[in-house]
Design a protein around this ligand. Structure first.
Ligand SMILES: C[S@@+](CC[C@H](N)C(=O)[O-])C[C@H]1O[C@@H](n2cnc3c(N)ncnc32)[C@H](O)[C@@H]1O
Length: 264
């Protein structure tokens, strides 16, 4: 991922005024479904903890400007307090995230402007209880994802949980590997991307901003499937559960879901 990080630092869709904020506002990345699923999972995790443990360390990778999913989850568990660390590579996202209104039970927060795909580059001193990553691993090749997941595994406390809300490729499509340069031939994504662009426009996004988002997806989004993600995590030592979402108002909800890794 190293070679791509300098490009991602200034990716237009995530810059100030870029197209991504619309996706969150209209639930087009299924953030609400991710919140509901995360709450269920974190609830089980909390009930497994010793009664005396009341403060949790949370690491949010590629946190973006509005970390609404993990913020809603922390807010839901008001009997606990949280120490939050977010990492994002885009300076505009980081600047806005630093002003984000976190719930009161977040007793410590830090937002770091850096590459989230190599945790060894950071001076993260403490192990963490929860790692969240939202809509980001679909940029990686299986090798890059495995590299990141190994680091997440060692950063987690025993018993800790890794929540990955993402875009996953439905199994009926073949895996396309992100090319070093240009775009692949016989790209099944063309149909998906043009359908998604029409959907963005029916939701009220302008032609220019919709195209900006689609351009980002065309260049970066080479999703693996949920089962492929499961295989990667199991090899590293995680126990894994997968969670599909359904949303009748979203024509591409079958592309989204959550894969959860438990460090048992
Ligand atoms: C689709 S947004 C997701 C934001 C947020 N996690 C969410 O669920 O809404 C992807 C974010 O990943 C960040 N990003 C992309 N590559 C990154 C990298 N290598 N390291 C850190 N952040 C990265 C982008 O700057 C952007 O803010």
């Amino acid at each position: 991922m190293q070679s791509k990080t300098s490009v991602m630092r200034r990716e237009p869709t995530f810059n100030k005024g870029g197209s991504y904020q619309f996706i969150i506002g209209k639930n087009l990345g299924l953030h609400r479904e991710a919140i509901a699923t995360s709450i269920e999972i974190v609830s089980k995790f909390l009930s497994s903890l010793p009664k005396t443990k009341k403060t949790l360390n949370v690491l949010d990778l590629a946190c973006g400007a509005s970390p609404v999913i993990i913020a809603e989850v922390m807010n839901h568990f008001s009997n606990y307090s949280f120490e939050y660390t977010g990492i994002d590579i885009n300076p505009d996202q980081v600047a806005t995230c630093r002003k984000f209104s976190f719930p009161k039970n977040v007793i410590k927060k830090e937002v770091i402007e850096e590459n989230a795909w190599n945790l060894e580059e950071h001076s993260l001193k403490d192990k963490v209880d929860l790692v969240f990553i939202g809509l980001n691993t679909h940029h990686g090749t299986p090798e890059e994802i495995s590299f990141l997941a190994k680091q997440i595994f060692s950063q987690l406390n025993k018993g800790g949980v890794f929540l990955n809300h993402d875009l996953f490729r439905p199994e009926k499509y073949p895996y396309l590997r992100r090319p070093k340069k240009g775009l692949p031939k016989n790209d099944w994504r063309d149909e998906w991307l043009s359908g998604y662009k029409s959907f963005l426009k029916t939701q009220g996004q302008s032609e220019d901003l919709a195209e900006q988002g689609i351009d980002h997806m065309r260049n970066w989004d080479y999703p693996i499937s949920m089962e492929e993600m499961r295989t990667i995590l199991v090899k590293i030592g995680f126990r894994v559960s997968t969670h599909s979402y359904t949303n009748p108002n979203h024509p591409f909800s079958n592309f989204y879901g959550m894969v959860v890794g438990y460090k048992v």
